[in-house]
Design a protein around this ligand. Structure first.
Ligand code: MN
Length: 212
């Protein structure tokens, strides 16, 4: 699994509970996940299943549903598919040490050519069918590892701040601070990634599609 060499190299699997690569594809073959990650800085990791791995970008400010907003997205190393279900703690001192939340989860469709090819060319248009994120988007490479994430103008575009209004885990409805507390992480640090005023929790727990 050549594509995951960097992922493996950066991690000590005897210390972290992050998954070791195994699985080759999900049922749909088009899974996407957004993981909210309070490491040295807060960011949102946007990942797409492409050819058996999760192609990944770190979005410091998170996705915006406003089609006039461009969000910086830094390309990061491919992750194994089973990473899509990872929510919990990465030990401090390890790569990415901090708290990880599965913030959104679902499937995507490519809007253009084959996703691997689009990514290589630096312009990836896709449609999301997530719990929080829907509709058409594009990732455009500006230079090296720097890309922009932009929402297309469509029915799901809105000026509402989705990262603030929907701060809970799509899997467990927990905040970052609650995940840290449950799993023995740094609660004070994790809570800096939660909104100052936590909104009402969604009532029904919708099951996310599982990678299988
Ligand atoms: Mn991250």
């Amino acid at each position: 699994m050549r594509a995951l060499e960097e992922y493996n190299r950066r991690r000590h699997f005897e210390l972290t509970r992050e998954p070791k690569p195994k699985k080759l594809s999900s049922k749909s073959g088009r899974l996407f996940v957004v993981q909210k990650h309070r490491a040295s800085h807060l960011h949102y990791d946007l990942r797409f299943e492409v050819d058996g791995v999760l192609k990944s970008w770190a979005v410091p400010k998170g996705p915006s549903l406003d089609s006039s907003v461009k969000r910086l997205a830094m390309a990061t190393e491919d992750h194994p598919l089973e990473y899509a279900n990872f929510e919990g703690i990465i030990p401090e001192g390890e790569y990415g040490g901090g708290t990880v939340m599965v913030w959104d989860y679902g499937t995507y469709e490519e809007e253009d050519r084959e996703p691997g090819e689009s990514i290589r060319r630096g312009e990836f248009k896709f449609k999301l069918n997530g719990n929080k994120l829907k509709g058409s988007w594009v990732l455009v490479r500006i230079r090296a590892r720097n890309w922009l994430l932009i929402k297309h103008r469509d029915r799901s575009a809105t000026g509402k701040d989705v990262t603030n209004s929907k701060p809970f885990s799509v899997l467990t409805r927990r905040t970052l601070a609650e995940i840290a507390k449950d799993e023995g992480g740094n609660v004070a640090k994790a809570s800096t990634g939660d909104p100052e005023r936590v909104p009402r929790r969604p009532r029904s727990k919708r099951k996310a599609a599982k990678a299988s």
